[in-house]
Design a protein around this ligand. Structure first.
Ligand SMILES: Cc1cc2nc3c(=O)[nH]c(=O)nc-3n(C[C@H](O)[C@H](O)[C@H](O)COP(=O)(O)OP(=O)(O)OC[C@H]3O[C@@H](n4cnc5c(N)ncnc54)[C@H](O)[C@@H]3O)c2cc1C
Length: 448
């Protein structure tokens, strides 16, 4: 039931009832922000936590700054290890057709590049998501878990959600933070359907335990994000606080690869292995052990094709984080986009409700958010995509490793740009306006 139907005014309802579908980083960050702004928030999550998911586990400086704005930054920094630089291995020789045909001669030719970045952290996704969810509960958010939420009806002013109980609940706003794989509608409505880039990369990740990494003698320096780049994509590796290595890759499966019945999954695992072996880091004994680990030990999780986006909002249904569109992560841009979009949608909603109270609001909140979200993610999305696209070409990799090895400072404008995000502190005007919405004196002023 919307404000008009209920008979009570928007002023009485404040930010109203907000449902959030999905408790990944985007959903939980949004839930905390909405609750802090005074909304009545219900968060639906279909999985039981703690749960792992495909991720490179690096959270960049901009993401941490956004978490600071909701009071979560400090405790989350305590969960991670600092990341301070990026070590890139670029496949310069011709790529191996398969992981079994890598030669010594190719390995010896590949130099590594070291690029400093603004400090972020590496942390377990299972711990991060669990921790943010706990903070959301402490902020007053009602959590339904495990519980798959489905939108069953929408009108101009309200949206109904069925959480599997058979009796739908009505909300003023539904924020979809259901990631790349989430389903949230009874029917696939045309206006929020995915637009996919044909032949885009697919994601996969696995954890290698401390003992397994020791056995292979795969060591990372403190603060290192290791990246292996080649024709088929890239693999990122970081050391997590428990000593295990997170290995995450975005790999192009190739046009001829069967993407159904697990065929695609095996192909991208093999391509990931080839990227690692071709990069020149491992000697032949290490390579053998790594192949064995890939074949017999690793427990891989995969994603659907990554390059996808959708219209981020219509009416009272809006999408944030991966559910609105994937941002290729280099130093932590994926989670940063999720967190920032979560905070921004809460602030936009506060302003929208304020506008409704003063009759200055735009008619369609969702369409308004769609425009904002597109503007918001464009810079990082295209910067990251440009870099990951370029390093698929051998001359670009050759240039990158020969030029950046001697002059890493040439990458500084780029790394700085990734580390800068919108300001979400209490002094910016949007927050003053949004937080003053909860202030009784303003409400009296507006309604008088
Ligand atoms: C290979 C790879 C490496 C990556 N590396 C990094 C990295 O190093 N750093 C970085 O910042 N980003 C990285 N990313 C991106 C990052 O993982 C995502 O951007 C981020 O997880 C998006 O968060 P989210 O909250 O939008 O979605 P998710 O984290 O996917 O959360 C969505 C949640 O919604 C739930 N859900 C779905 N449907 C429903 C429903 N109907 N009802 C209830 N719950 C539902 C799911 O269970 C899930 O918990 C990487 C991605 C890939 C593929």
């Amino acid at each position: 039931m919307g404000p008009a139907e209920s008979g009570s005014s928007i002023e009485d309802q404040g930010l109203g009832k907000v449902a959030i579908v999905g408790a990944g980083v985007a959903g939980s960050a949004a839930a905390i922000r909405f609750a802090q702004r005074g909304a009545k928030v219900t968060l639906f999550e279909r999985s039981v936590f703690p749960r792992e998911k495909v991720c490179g586990c690096c959270l960049g400086a901009a993401g941490l700054a956004a978490l600071d704005a909701i009071g979560a930054g400090e405790s989350i920094r305590d969960l991670g290890l600092p990341t301070k630089f990026f070590r890139g291995y670029f496949q310069v020789a011709k790529a191996s057709p398969t992981a079994t045909q890598v030669t010594e001669e190719k390995r010896s030719r590949v130099p590594a590049v070291r690029i400093p970045i603004r400090e972020g952290i590496a942390l377990s996704r299972a711990e991060l998501d669990q921790h943010l969810l706990t903070l959301a509960i402490e902020a007053g958010v009602q959590v339904r878990q495990p519980c798959e939420a489905t939108i069953v009806a929408e009108s101009g002013e309200s949206v109904s959600i069925d959480a599997g109980t058979g009796s739908p609940e009505t909300f003023d706003l539904v924020v979809v933070a259901a990631g790349l794989t989430g389903r949230f509608r009874q029917r696939d409505a045309a206006d929020l359907r995915w637009l996919e880039t044909p032949n885009g990369p697919m994601g996969l990740s696995a954890h290698m335990s401390r003992d397994e990494a020791k056995e292979i003698d795969w060591k990372l320096e403190s603060g290192e994000i290791q990246m292996h780049c080649g024709r088929d994509g890239y693999v990122g590796i970081v050391c997590l606080p428990n000593g295990s290595l997170d290995i995450a890759a975005a790999v192009h499966p190739g046009k001829k690869t069967p993407s159904v019945m697990g065929g695609g999954k095996v192909a991208i695992q093999m391509k990931t292995l080839a990227l690692l072996l071709d990069s020149g880091l491992f000697d032949s004994l290490q390579s053998r052990k790594l192949k064995l680990w890939f074949a017999e030990v690793a427990c891989w999780q995969t994603t659907p094709p990554l390059r996808r986006r959708r219209v981020s909002g219509r009416g009272r249904v809006v999408a944030i984080g991966d559910a609105a569109g994937y941002v290729e992560p280099l130093t932590g841009e994926g989670m940063t986009w999720g967190i920032e979009s979560g905070l921004a949608v809460a602030d936009s909603w506060a302003l929208y409700r304020l506008g409704q109270m003063t009759a200055n609001g735009e008619a369609d909140f969702g369409a308004n958010w769609d425009r904002r979200a597109a503007k918001f993610q464009t810079r990082r999305r295209y910067l990251c995509r440009w870099v990951t696209g370029m390093v698929r070409y051998r001359p670009a990799r050759w240039l990158a490793c020969h030029v950046l090895r001697r002059a890493h400072w040439l990458a500084t404008p780029f790394t700085r740009s990734l580390a800068n995000g919108p300001r979400f502190d209490a002094t910016s005007s949007i927050h003053r306006t949004a937080s003053s919405f909860a202030d009784a004196s303003l409400r009296t002023h507006v309604s008088s």
